[in-house]
Design a protein around this ligand. Structure first.
Ligand code: FMN
Ligand code: SF4
Ligand code: SF4
Length: 251
């Protein structure tokens, strides 16, 4: 089983390509309510995006609160997708699972288009196309390691723990939903509300209202809004929207 979290499709794309090659199946973590039960000999893959060189809060909450029933020698691997630097994202999954007495065998990362548009420009389609072109060989290498059930730290875009930890401290303040706002072109379709993985949005009087102080800040609502009505701070409007071209958004 390959479980994944994905807001804009990168992690879902990787999960599905790995599943295709290893004859496995994928499941979004947002569809798993209480436990994961693996069959005898089944492996567990975990595919997640990197947030601030760390793990998205929706993923850490999930791993802390979900029971994993599997054999002691289950092959477990984690793949962190990132826009350039995964920091300690995949290793942190290992640390979270260690607390549950599970051992992650292999750690990977893969560079994909960056969906953190408060900084990165999603209008730069040439750059995005270049990054996407490099995805396949990276996935093939990862698949090889998984098929051979190899153990090791194969992630290549990591940072020392102390540096990643330091940067990860900026994640909490960035999660404040007060950074998000809706503009007039909203048509009240409700897609942002139904897609939000942490139910932070409600539609009130035909417009989204953020009903939680903090969310996981996946930016799925911003990138998948049909009228690009949701913005984060001042820069996202000029940086455009992104979803992986081969995946219809995240989940
Ligand atoms: C809140 C947030 C923080 C991010 N932080 C990082 C980061 O520290 N390093 C990085 O390389 N990419 C970072 N990104 C980019 C994503 O990790 C990357 O685009 C990922 O592949 C998106 O996955 P998804 O399409 O499955 O949601 C960040 C994205 C978001 C939304
Ligand atoms: S997805 Fe966009 S258009 Fe639809 S309700 Fe949300 S903000 Fe409005
Ligand atoms: S409110 Fe938007 S950015 Fe926050 S978790 Fe929900 S979909 Fe993601």
């Amino acid at each position: 089983m390959i479980i994944y979290f994905s807001a804009t499709g990168n992690s879902k794309y990787v999960a599905s390509k790995v599943a295709e090659a290893t004859k496995d199946f994928i499941k979004p973590i947002t569809d798993i309510t209480d436990r994961i039960t693996l069959q005898q000999g089944e492996s567990l893959g975990i595919v997640i995006p990197t947030y601030f060189y760390w793990v998205p809060s929706v993923v850490s909450d999930f791993l802390e609160n979900t029971e994993i029933e599997c054999e002691e020698n289950t092959y477990i691997y984690c793949i962190a997708t990132c826009g350039g630097t995964s920091g300690q994202a995949s290793q942190m999954v290992g640390k979270l699972l260690e607390k549950k007495g599970k051992r992650v065998n292999a750690y990977f990362d893969i560079v994909m288009p960056d969906n953190w548009t408060p900084m990165f420009d999603a209008n730069n389609t040439d750059e995005i196309a270049k990054v996407i072109k490099k995805e396949k060989p990276q996935i093939e290498k990862i698949v090889g390691h998984i098929q051979r059930k190899e153990s090791g730290k194969f992630a290549k875009h990591t940072l020392p723990f102390v540096i990643a930890k330091l940067i990860s401290l900026f994640y909490e303040p960035s999660r404040k939903t007060s950074h998000l706002h809706v503009e007039n072109q909203c048509i009240g379709c409700g897609k942002c509300m139904s897609d939000c993985p942490v139910k932070a949005i409600e539609i009130q009087d035909g417009k989204p209202v953020w009903v939680k102080d903090k969310c996981t800040m996946c930016l799925g609502c911003l990138h998948k809004c049909p009228t690009f009505a949701i913005q984060y701070g001042k820069n996202t409007k000029k940086h455009g929207q992104y979803v992986h071209p081969e995946v219809n958004g995240g989940k």
